[in-house]
Design a protein around this ligand. Sequence first.
Ligand SMILES: [Fe+2]
Length: 564
Amino acid sequence: MNILGIHIGHDSSAALVVDGRIVADVAEERFIRVKHYAGLPIRAVEYCLKCRGLTMADIDAVAIASKGSVPELNFLFDLHGAKEEKKASLGKAVDFARDMLGRPQLKPPLYVKNFPLAPRTEIIHVEHHLAHAASAYYTSGTREKQLIVTMDGVGDDVPIAIWRGENGKITKLQSFEPSGSLGWFYSNVTEALGWWHGDGEGKTMGLAPYGDFTKCQGVLDKFTPKYVKGELVEPHDFGRFCYWHEAGAIQWHFDEAAEIQPLIAKHGREHIAAEAQRVLEEQAKAIIFPWLEREQTRNLSCSGGVFLNVKLNQRIWESGRVARHNIYPNAGDSGLAVGAALYAYYQANPSAPIHPIEDLYWGPEYSAKEIENILKARHLEYRRVDNVEEFAAKKLAENKIVSWLQGRMESGPRALGNRSILMSANRPENKDVINARVKFREAFRPFCPSLLWEKRAEYLQNHRDEFFMITSFTAQKDKWDKVPAVVHADQTLRPQTVKREFNPRFWKLINEFGKLTGEQLLLNTSFNIMGEPIVNNPREAIRCFYDNGLDVLVLGDFVLEKKV
Ligand SMILES: [Fe+2]
């Protein structure tokens, strides 16, 4: 059974689920090169079909992550007659695509590709938060009973929903009105700090450990809804807001952000960030813990953009109230295509087994021949290396910055060893070096480590199996000064633990580095410059390599070095 999942909106994406297995998932931004691109996922659909050699005639169902009708599908799948999607109501996050497609022309230009739907193919609508919930439950690896919590800004007019996953079925237990959005609260503080709502929240989280919330505790209370014992007791009127369309992406603006700004001037950026983080954690716990009790379970699955907040995830885990904690790593809206497709699959096959996910390598890959042709065409000096892991490990041990493109691109916002920029974490100054020479981003932002799964207990306190940089852990004390470039101000690490069978080449690289330096851990940041999507193909990797202070580029078995 072949199901094509689609999300159109902030982080438009497409995914292919074959017999319950995710075989492709990619956000359109990776092709069109605009972060958070919100237009039609045309290239993503094209990739999903191509990677399995399918045509639309092979697709049994299209699952769209939206409760309401999505008129953009009329063009994307050349719908007509009874199948046609009705005009959507106003105020949805697909305004951008509608602007592009609906006004003033009836159809996009003739050269824009579409994918005519076969008559037998069904279109299934999956509510936004249900798609988030499905991405978490149907990748949890178990059909056992679990509480599922989904939180974001707002999707299909819902900011937070509570679900029960059991025996392959998802049942809604509770959902809240937009006046209960914790995501909007956190994003408003983010906008007040000067960053994009819907993009900069990780910066707020990164800044928070430098602050002290006791210096301004309570000053943000009037900007947030309040939850007690799992229920919304004080809804918040978020006031006026609008969409801001910028370069193909949707951003949001709330007037309230302007009211928060003077508080930042008065109390200090880092203290306000710390207070926002405290409020988010306290409020999220006030929802999640009572619901765990009501449901009599210690199994928790989470998804939705708020759960990209790794510090929140750490607090939940450290509470000791959760025995099995599963967070879908592509928790934001780019994970909705997968969620919608999985939901449609399990609706049709309710007794099918639920598989755990072992990796997120669901994007495009490039053969050795393709890579070499690209290098030759550009008259670049390169060489092929027999043992590229050993070669790169040696360069890293010499404190070089290595960019690394291998195999299929990762789905989701984190680089997991296939589109990565790597450096030794063993020197404290390397964080500043990589920020200044390569990433051009704020000095306070932490970098993540990738470490051998076998060594996780040596690096992480209170650890569990966690492969996707979706939660932080407190670092073992004796490692604080051994890998200082990845230990954050609050002594935490946000790790990818690398299992040999999940990514043999990346595992070997870290192992070789360990042989040379004694640390089986590397600083791993996404292969891009701040503000740009992660590179997809070798050509983009080459452009990125020559646009900053990277030392070494590894493309498959081919290596390029800059002469310094
Ligand atoms: Fe969402």
